[in-house]
Design a protein around this ligand. Structure first.
Ligand SMILES: NC(=O)C1=CN([C@@H]2O[C@H](COP(=O)(O)OP(=O)(O)OC[C@H]3O[C@@H](n4cnc5c(N)ncnc54)[C@H](OP(=O)(O)O)[C@@H]3O)[C@@H](O)[C@H]2O)C=CC1
Ligand SMILES: O=C(O)[C@@H]1CCC=N1
Length: 290
C-alpha cells in the first residue's frame, strides 16, 4: 500500500470517511483520457470531495481545459506524468485504444499503484497480460449520471488488490453514486443494462417530448415533466420493492387511458425493442473483446 493510502486508511479506520476527508486527507487520482465518461466521474468526485487531487491527460486539449476550468483537474502533458503523480490511475480511453496505451505505459506503472479500467469488453486478465508481476487492477463499469452523483458502477478486483484498496476504489466510485460488486462474467450485461442505459432513456425522453409538443406542451416544459416522471417511476421500483408489473397495474384503470397506451406499446413491440437493444449491445461487446 502506498504511503498516501496508509495515511488515508489510518484516518479512515479511526473515524469515518467523511470525517477523515474533513481533516484534509486527499486521494490522488489520475485520468488518462478525459472524455465523456471521465468528465462525468471527475465532476461527481469533485462535488463530493473538493480535497481530492485529480490529475488528467488527454490528447484532445479542449477536454482537458474544460475539466480544469470546471472541476479543478490538474492538467498534465503526458500519460507518464499522470502515472508519476497518483495512487490510482484510471484508464478512460476508448476500448480500441487500450492495447496501445497499456503497451506504452506498462513499464512506468508501479506495483503499488491501482489501475482502474472502465472499458467495455476488457477483462482483468487482458489488462494483467501487459505486466510481468501481479498488478492491482480494478475493473469498473460506470455510467454518465455519475456527473450528478446518481451513477451506478459495477466493480471487480484482481487478487493483488487488498481489502483496504477495495474500499478505497468503492469510495472513489461511491462519490458518483451507487457501487455494486459484480463478477467478471457479469460485466458485459452490466454494461448493457447500466453503462448504456442512459442512452435508451434519453431516446425515450426525446420521443415522448416530441409527442407532448405535438399536443401543445412546450418543449422545455415537456423535458422537465417527462424526466421527473421517469426518475420518480424508476425510484418507485427500489423504494417499494414491488414487482414492476404490479406498479404498472396500479396505473392502468379499467377501460382507461393507460391500458390503451400499453396496448399500443405491446403492438409496436416496445418490450422486444428493449430486449433487442440489450442483445445488440452484447453482440458488439463480444466483438470488442477480441
Ligand atoms: N461514455 C459512457 O457512457 C461510458 C463509457 N465507458 C468506457 O469509458 C471509456 C471512455 O469512453 P468515453 O469517455 O465515452 O470516450 P471519449 O472518446 O469521450 O473519451 C476518450 C478520450 O481519450 C482520448 N485519448 C485517446 N487516446 C489517448 C491517449 N493515449 N492518452 C490520452 N488521451 C487519449 C480521446 O481522444 P480522441 O477522441 O482524439 O481519440 C478522447 O478525448 C471507454 O472505454 C468506454 O467503454 C464505460 C461506461 C460508460
Ligand atoms: O458505448 C460504449 O461503448 C460505452 C460502454 C458503456 C456505455 N458506453
Amino acid at each position: 500500500m502506498s504511503n498516501a493510502f496508509k495515511q488515508f486508511y489510518r484516518f479512515y479506520s479511526e473515524t469515518n470517511f467523511n470525517e477523515s476527508m474533513k481533516r484534509g486527507i486527499a486521494m490522488k487520482i489520475g485520468f488518462i483520457g478525459v472524455g465523456n465518461m471521465a468528465q462525468a466521474l471527475i465532476h461527481g468526485m469533485r462535488i463530493e470531495h473538493a480535497e481530492w487531487q485529480l490529475f488528467g491527460f488527454d490528447i484532445y486539449a479542449p477536454s482537458l481545459e474544460r475539466a480544469a476550468a470546471n472541476d479543478g483537474l490538474i492538467a498534465l502533458s503526458s500519460a507518464a506524468e499522470v502515472i508519476e503523480k497518483v495512487d490510482i490511475v484510471v484508464l478512460a480511453i476508448k476500448p480500441q485504444q487500450y492495447d496501445g496505451l497499456l503497451k506504452e505505459i506498462s513499464s512506468s506503472i508501479r506495483k503499488e499503484q491501482i489501475i482502474v479500467t472502465i472499458a467495455i469488453g476488457f477483462d482483468i486478465a487482458r489488462t494483467q497480460s501487459y505486466f510481468a508481476e501481479p498488478m492491482k487492477i480494478v475493473r469498473a463499469m460506470p455510467n454518465t449520471p455519475a456527473l450528478i452523483g446518481q451513477g451506478v458502477t459495477g466493480v471487480s478486483f484482481s487478487e493483488a488488490v487488498t481489502d483496504a484498496e477495495h474500499d478505497a476504489a468503492r469510495t472513489m466510485f461511491a462519490s458518483c453514486g451507487t457501487v455494486v460488486d459484480i463478477t467478471e462474467a457479469e460485466f458485459n450485461i452490466f454494461g448493457a443494462v447500466a453503462g448504456s442505459l442512459p442512452a435508451y432513456v434519453y431516446i425515450m425522453t426525446e420521443a415522448l417530448a416530441d409527442a407532448a409538443v405535438q399536443y401543445g406542451l412546450g418543449r422545455a416544459a415537456s423535458y422537465e415533466i417527462i424526466s421527473q416522471a421517469i426518475s420518480g417511476s424508476a425510484a418507485m421500483v427500489n423504494a417499494t420493492n414491488m414487482h414492476p408489473a404490479q406498479l404498472k397495474d396500479q396505473v392502468c384503470s379499467p377501460n382507461g387511458t393507460t391500458i390503451a397506451a400499453v396496448d399500443a406499446l405491446e403492438r409496436e413491440g416496445f418490450r422486444h425493442a428493449l430486449m433487442a437493444a440489450v442483445q445488440a449491445c452484447m453482440t458488439r461487446t463480444k466483438e470488442l473483446d477480441k
